[in-house]
Write a protein that binds this ligand. Structure first.
Ligand SMILES: [Zn+2]
Length: 79
C-alpha cells in the first residue's frame, strides 16, 4: 500500500489519514486544522480585521482559528 508524506509535519501517512491534497501538497488529518486556517481559509483576514464573520460559526476549524488569531495577537503585543 502506498503512503504519503505530509507536507506540514513530514510524517508518512496512509491514504485514509490524508485530509487534503493539492498538487504536490499533502496534509494529514492531524495537521489539517492548522493548515486550513493558515493557508486555505478566505474569511480569516476579515475575521482579524473586522471581527468574527457569520460563516465562522459553522466552520469545523473554528476552535483552531480562534487559537491561531489569539496567537497572532500575542505575538504583536510582544513588540
Ligand atoms: Zn501532518
Amino acid at each position: 500500500m502506498s503512503t504519503f508524506r505530509c507536507s506540514v509535519c513530514g510524517r508518512e501517512v496512509r491514504f485514509i489519514d490524508v485530509a487534503y491534497v493539492h498538487r504536490d501538497v499533502v496534509v494529514c488529518r492531524d495537521c489539517m486544522p492548522k493548515y486550513y486556517v493558515r493557508y486555505l481559509c478566505r474569511a480569516i483576514s476579515k475575521r482579524i480585521s473586522e471581527g468574527e464573520q457569520p460563516a465562522c460559526r459553522y466552520c469545523r476549524y473554528y476552535d483552531e482559528c480562534t487559537r491561531y488569531i489569539r496567537g497572532l495577537r500575542d505575538k504583536t503585543s510582544d513588540k
